[in-house]
Design a protein around this ligand. Structure first.
Ligand code: GRF
Length: 206
């Protein structure tokens, strides 16, 4: 049986958000356990780190597979591990309607901008090029569209005159590491409901 307190982390690269979540789980700041870490890309540093830390770390390569064919393999692994909350952490793939239907309102993603501004790749560069004075990061539920589901939490971060994509990304990333764990805790608390596109915080059990 799926259990919300069993997390499945999906990543494709560096894995710093995964590491921040894992650190907070280890420190008792997130009341959950990481049941499995899955990468679609071989040599993802995040997957190597997951192995090093002793997690069940699996490479499920996506190359050459159709979207749903691939997603069925991932969903099978998540179910085998009784995962109840899926956390995308730099997972560079859109999910199929099939995947989303298997974990309704149980898939989170983090994006380095204040959605719906600057979805997709290089959100920090997009923000700089547009000239916004405030950007940030967003944790949201995942549906089959790109960076599109209901928003759980956001943090605003000022854009500074001397920012480059690198300096801005670094400041956003710091906040991402805090915000993702906070959002996971909101979802694990059960004290929320969705009204339309809005994630509304409720009393515990409300
Ligand atoms: C982060 O900026 C996240 O917002 C985006 O992809 C990046 C992943 O970084 N979705 P990391 O692999 O967690 O270090």
């Amino acid at each position: 049986m799926a259990n919300t307190h069993r997390l499945g982390i999906l990543l494709s690269g560096r894995g710093s958000n995964f590491m921040a979540i894992a650190d907070n789980v280890a420190a008792g700041k997130i009341p959950a356990e990481i049941a499995v870490v899955i990468s679609n890309r071989p040599n993802a540093p995040g997957l190597e780190e997951a192995q090093r830390r002793g997690f069940d770390a699996r490479l499920i390569p996506s190359k050459g597979l159709e979207r749903e064919q691939y997603d069925r393999l991932v969903v099978e692994a998540l179910k085998e591990k009784q995962v109840g909350l899926v956390c995308l952490a730099g997972f560079m793939r859109l999910l199929s309607p099939y995947f989303v239907s298997q974990f309704p309102n149980r898939i989170l993603n983090i994006h380095p901008a204040l959605l719906p501004a600057f979805p997709g790749l290089e959100a920090q560069r997009q923000a700089l090029e547009h000239g916004v004075k405030i950007t940030g990061c967003t944790v949201h539920f995942v549906d089959e569209n790109l960076d599109a589901g209901p928003i759980v939490l956001q943090t605003a971060i000022p854009v500074l005159d001397y920012d480059t994509p690198e300096t801005l990304s670094a400041r956003i990333l710091n906040e991402e590491h805090r915000l993702y764990s906070e959002a996971i805790n909101v979802i694990l608390s059960g004290a929320w409901r969705i009204e339309g596109r809005r994630v509304i915080r409720t009393e515990i059990g409300g």
